[in-house]
Design a binder for this molecule. Structure first.
Ligand code: MRU
Length: 363
């Protein structure tokens, strides 16, 4: 997608053939900075500190992280250590483990001297495949938006989204935003309600930033406004991403998603979840078993923003001495999800629904 009219991806291999560049998402939207990853430590830190974030992008960064690590130490011990280090960075998004397993499978039977090259090749394939997956998912999701536009009498389709499930969370296109971009390209008028997504403000800082650069009309709202807007008939559909979907269709996504799904259910607003198949955890029978990341309480107590002097500054919000808790994700039960939007098409949020699109998983 575009930044200042220039097409960009979120991660890429540099011309030297081994270093990897990322957009530092900690600094967006106020500062655009590219960071170069040169080894395992750089990749692990980028994921843990959320310079990169979003399930598919975390997976791609971990894959390249393993390739970088194998350049330095391709031994069996080096491979296992790097796998464990990257796996421990963030617990909830399943794409992290999926991508690490893909690299592990591609290299563990090779002689040590061939491992790094094989890891780079598989990482590049993962990145290319993710772009294709997002696009296909977007085509399926765009049909839903088109359907609403057809009965909307030319009025913009109002879509509410939570967190950032845009191209900044993937490699390109995004998950929840891919249908939006493709429907827009077909001429469908769209307006997006962007949940700010406290505490890290991925909606206000990232989703609004990328929608702005793509010229999509949008309005940032506080996380608590969505229910009210649904009661007022100002939301045609909710469209969110997911960090892990259990085999029964329960969906784990950024904290606050569940409350939006409840409000949508109460107001007969369709609630769609866009997911690449790499986000499905076939080994988990229900969402309640998904590990929920507990992040530093400091993220709740402080906010950062741009001062009138143009400096990015962090300030404290709550009274000194107050405790804070920071669970980063929640689980929306399948019964609240109208449909899952995958790269193979739409399905019911249920085991049967998912298996109808992925019959090879029946075994
Ligand atoms: O903590 P984050 O910013 O990595 O969380 C990201 C989300 O919750 C996204 O909505 C998600 O990864 C969905 S799909 C890209």
């Amino acid at each position: 997608m575009r930044i200042d009219g220039k097409h960009m991806r979120t991660i890429w291999l540099n011309e030297d053939g081994w270093t990897v560049s990322i957009i530092n998402q900690q600094k967006l939207p106020h500062v655009f900075e590219i960071v170069v990853l040169r080894g395992l430590n750089d990749a692990a830190r980028a994921i843990k500190d959320m310079a990169v974030r979003g399930a598919p992008l975390i997976g791609a960064t971990a894959a390249f992280g393993l390739a970088l690590a194998l350049r330095d130490d391709p031994s069996d011990a080096g491979l296992k250590e790097a796998y464990a280090r990257l796996h421990a960075t963030r617990p909830t998004a399943i794409n992290l483990k999926w991508a690490l397993d893909e690299i592990y499978r591609a290299v563990h039977n090779l002689v040590a001297s061939d491992r790094a090259d094989a890891a780079y090749s598989r990482s590049k394939e993962i990145v290319e495949a993710d772009v294709d997956i997002s696009r296909r998912l977007g085509e399926h999701g765009a049909s839903l938006i088109r359907g609403i536009a057809e009965v909307n009498g030319g009025k913009p389709v109002n879509i509410l989204t939570h967190c950032n499930a845009g191209w900044l969370a993937t490699i390109d296109w995004g998950t929840a935003t891919a249908p939006i971009y493709l429907a827009r390209d077909e001429g469908v008028p769209i307006h997006v309600w962007v949940d700010e997504t406290r505490p890290r403000n991925q909606g206000a800082a990232l989703t609004a930033y990328e929608l702005g650069h793509e010229g999509i009309p949008h309005t940032v709202i506080v996380d608590n406004a969505g229910g009210h807007l649904m009661q007022q008939g100002q939301v045609d559909l909710c469209l969110v991403g997911t960090d892990r979907t259990a085999a029964n269709g329960d969906v784990c996504n950024k904290i606050g998603t569940y409350l939006k799904a409840l409000a949508a259910f109460d107001n007969d607003v369709p609630f769609y979840v866009a997911l690449p198949h790499t986000t499905i955890d076939w080994a988990l029978d229900r969402g309640a078993d998904i590990p929920i990341e507990e992040r530093n309480a400091r993220e709740v107590i402080h906010v950062s923003g741009l001062t009138a002097e143009g400096q990015v500054q962090e300030v404290q919000v709550s009274a000194a001495g107050s405790e804070a808790a920071n669970p980063a994700f929640d689980v929306t039960p399948a019964r609240l999800v109208t449909s899952l939007v995958t790269d193979r098409g739409l399905c019911a949020a249920s085991r049967e629904g998912l298996l109808s699109l992925f019959p090879e998983k029946k075994a």
